[in-house]
Design a protein around this ligand. Structure first.
Ligand code: ZN
Length: 258
């Protein structure tokens, strides 16, 4: 069953831009739906936050409707997950779930949000996926990253972008895919010490991962743990999280390689 939200639901988020941040973010994770950032790189976010980095999440859509969710429920779940993560900043871009397209208005909105938050690193969904919103999100982030650095946007015929030009130096990709792909990531991060908190953040989305899901093993939560253990096994650690990059990785030193 897949029902639309009842009329008593609160309205979709206003398509407003966030206030410019006085202190820029170090990292902005851009997600098609609330829960993708947690699933794909909850461990990486917890790790970066523990290391003192300022980490934000930009959810592009509300993710609703879904079979067991609603706008109000998903909003509550998102707030709870944000609290578990201890995230620095989170915003919903108000684009339309299931109809996400990397068009010019969406690019303008996301580029403006990048300029207002000024992250050094961006994270986007991996480029190959069955979910059209995820594929659109990847294209949208790549285009918006480029647009965010444009100057002279006040000229006629140019996009009207908020904030000052800014170019995130790095763009990486997390895996939150709806295909059973045997992916070959560029990096596997050891998230062993953050796994339980990542799982707690994921489980905040009860309407997505628990309600109406199989209750006998393997449950969806069992699957998440199996995946994390698989990535951990490949690097001889308990739990891991895969990441990809199109550009070569730049390292200060080889000292932190496992
Ligand atoms: Zn998603």
């Amino acid at each position: 069953m897949n029902t639309a939200s009842p009329p008593s639901e609160p309205p979709l988020p206003e398509p407003l831009l966030p206030e410019p941040l006085a202190e820029p973010l170090d990292v902005l994770v851009i997600a098609p739906h609330p829960d993708d950032a947690e699933l794909g790189m909850g461990g990486a976010m917890l790790k970066m936050l523990a290391e003192g980095l300022r980490v934000g999440i930009l959810d592009l859509t509300t993710g609703e409707p879904t079979p067991h969710g609603s706008l109000a429920v998903r909003e509550r779940e998102t707030a709870a997950a944000s609290q578990v993560l201890g995230i620095t900043w989170r915003f919903n871009a108000g684009l339309t779930n299931r109809m996400l397209v990397a068009d010019l208005p969406a690019r303008q909105r996301v580029a403006s949000i990048i300029r207002l938050t000024r992250p050094r690193m961006l994270f986007a969904p991996y480029w190959e996926d069955a979910h059209p919103d995820h594929v659109a999100a990847t294209a949208l982030v790549e285009a918006a990253r480029f647009w965010a650095k444009l100057s002279k946007t006040e000229l006629a015929g140019q996009p009207n972008l908020a904030g000052n030009p800014h170019h995130p130096e790095r763009l990486y990709y997390y895996y939150c895919i709806h295909l059973r792909l045997a992916v070959r990531p560029d990096v596997i991060l050891d998230i062993s010490e953050h796994w339980e908190d990542k799982l707690r953040a994921i489980c905040c989305y009860e309407s997505q991962f628990i309600t109406g899901r199989p209750t006998t093993s393997p449950t969806l939560v069992d699957r998440f743990r199996d995946d994390a253990a698989y990535w951990g096994r490949l690097i001889n650690r308990r739990y891991g999280e895969p990441l990809a990059t199109r550009e070569p990785l730049a390292l200060h030193s080889l000292a932190h390689l496992i």
